[in-house]
Design a protein around this ligand. Sequence first.
Ligand SMILES: [Zn+2]
Length: 427
Amino acid sequence: MTDNISRIRATLDTLLATPAFQRALDFLEQDAGRTVDELKTMAVIPGAPYKEHLQRSPMYKDRLEACGATGCRIDEAGNVTGRVTGTGSRPQILLEAHLDTVFPGETPLAVTEKQGFLYCPGISDDTASLACILSLLRAIRHAGLQPAGDIVLGGTVGEEGEGNSRGIRHLLEKTLPDVDAVISLECFGGEHVCLEAIGIRRCEYRFHAQGGHSWYRFGVPNPFHAMGRGIARIADIQVPQTPRTTFSVGIVSGGTSINTIPQLASMKIDMRSVDMAALNQLAGTVQTFIEQGVAEENARWPAAPADSVRLETLVIGSKPAGALPKDSLLARLTCEATVRAGFAVTPVPPSSTNQNIPLGMGIPAVVIGGGGICRNMHTLEESYSPKDAYRGAQRALLMLFALAGLDGVTEPLATPCPRHTLDASQS
Ligand SMILES: [Zn+2]
């Protein structure tokens, strides 16, 4: 591992001592005003869930092209990618930010400025990162940097909420089968580093029955009562604090009227853990308790077997848990580059982002902040300060070229990465 650290430090020293690379770093600072202007323009283009491909994908493809990326395309899922082609094709490094926001299509989008902050829903998460990538591309072209491996830059769809990171899944499984390391830019400052991804399992349970009039049909199993029995059991589940594991029944719905035994009840549960085994165990316990609740309700009314409650289970969201080992090359490089960019390394608590997917496939992946100051994410008061944001971009540039190599100057630190497919419980 000492080997890794000395290689990383030597690579960063060489990059920083290379005039062309320094020109690119300086350019990022000079480009700050243009990047803010571009951010303001992009922030008002709607990125509503499942609609981000309509306007944002073509917009981002045009911008990548205008900044000098080659082979720009929109894939079947709506992801946008462009390349800075290396002298060799591997390693292949992906730098991405997400195109979608959490805000519905009818949300008014206008940028206002107050005390150095730009206000607009989605401006931090993750539009500022999309702007950062464009500035990086301009810097690479301005300084004429030629990577050894391929650098792929892009915007992904479906990161937020029920999007379940479907964009990066498709990107890594279909569009870019040879990616060797992934850097995701999120709405954090340039000092932030996230190495750990929270695994998520979301299930919907539907309880079907014949139901009927609450007076005349009294004596048949009731789907709400079955669901209640299950929820009562779930409420008492003991989960470990370490690894942190959580559960919550977030939505219950169904029923026809106050005087009807329902024909359908449904509940949605969100389960999370930083450990895949703990998450799988929790999901198994929840399933068992729900089945027990149904069995108990049906046994309560033995005279009506034809009216039994029937259970339907749907997995409506799933992301694998994963962690980039602290002593891995990418984790070490991220910390070293953060320090070289003038920051104190600030770890971000485990989160659920696009990082989950590559980690689940065995591809080294890290989430870093694109720079600036982000506030009130996922609220209508979301805001962003571009103050010194270029330093976050400088860190990303260091990481990109340390991993991909600078042709004729440094060898790539990344190596071709074998991968595995996500198993059924993760996809
Ligand atoms: Zn985000």
